[in-house]
Design a protein around this ligand. Structure first.
Ligand code: MG
Length: 259
């Protein structure tokens, strides 16, 4: 009798510890640095970006003339600077997002970090391009600028490190050519198919079919929640990052894509 009681206490204790540990794993207080990695460091590749002219089936998002395809995420007009066909983040004015929502796309854009180096790490030329407002391909001045490698330019923020560092020096134009396969959700909200990203940075492949784990997050682990088509978003991270020549092609409209 005594031994069966001891056994019960033992089982109860083990079960309690397991339950508490599981609860702690779910509820743990995440800090940003918990999801930041410094190795392996991608090798440097000196690339010469070839800038692309949009093909005739492209949706032009920004050709340098105006912000007509964009709105502030805070509502209302974009308050970024527009000069000589180039848009530049107006620090503190907020992110901007396309007025139209998109699914799977080929997205092309050109970006430039400031010629004058101000700050370091994540504070040097930080912006970002978000697919469906949720999935960030990081923009940063990553030319001889150390930071966590899953947050450098070309990273899928805090999910994937770029294969190589194809950064141009500060003040020079760079390009992203991105193939985004939007995630699909079933009617009950479950992930039917995760999202995927392929990214060319200055013409160099840095991700091939990277499976998204969920929206890219600064703090904590990514986790999907169901959503539909959404806009392309550019980040105001407080730095004077510029953009030009932004266009995309809608892949969902191809009768062959997704077959
Ligand atoms: Mg960013």
């Amino acid at each position: 009798m005594k031994s069966s009681r001891s056994l019960f206490i033992l089982i109860f204790t083990v079960a309690s510890i397991f339950t508490i540990q599981t609860a702690c794993a779910q509820d743990r207080a995440w800090h940003p640095e918990d999801t930041e990695f410094y190795e392996p460091v991608p090798p440097v590749v000196r690339a010469v970006p070839a800038f692309l002219t949009p093909p005739d089936d492209a949706v032009i998002l920004f050709d340098g003339s105006d912000f007509s395809n964009w709105t502030s995420v805070r509502g209302g007009d974009v308050e970024w600077e527009l000069e000589n066909g180039v848009m530049t983040v107006n620090p503190g004015s907020g992110n901007i997002v396309t007025t139209e929502a998109f699914g799977s796309v080929q997205l092309y854009l050109e970006w430039r970090t400031p010629a004058e180096i101000i700050g370091d790490g994540q504070g040097r030329g930080n912006s970002g391009v978000f697919l469906q407002r949720r999935y960030e391909v990081q923009i940063l001045d990553s030319y001889e600028n150390e930071t966590y490698v899953n947050g450098m330019a070309g990273s899928i923020y805090k999910q994937y490190v770029p294969y190589v560092n194809a950064a141009m020096p500060p003040g020079e134009w760079q390009s992203y050519n991105i193939i985004f396969e939007a995630p699909l959700f079933s009617e009950n909200g479950n992930v039917e198919k995760p999202g995927f990203l392929t990214v060319f940075w200055n013409g160099v492949l840095v991700h091939h079919n990277a499976e998204l784990e969920g929206p890219t997050r600064y703090i904590g682990l990514p986790e999907y929640s169901a959503h539909g088509d959404d806009g392309i978003m550019l980040q105001d991270h407080g730095d004077l990052v510029s953009f030009r020549n932004i266009w995309l092609r809608k892949l969902d409209e191809s009768p062959v894509w997704g077959e």
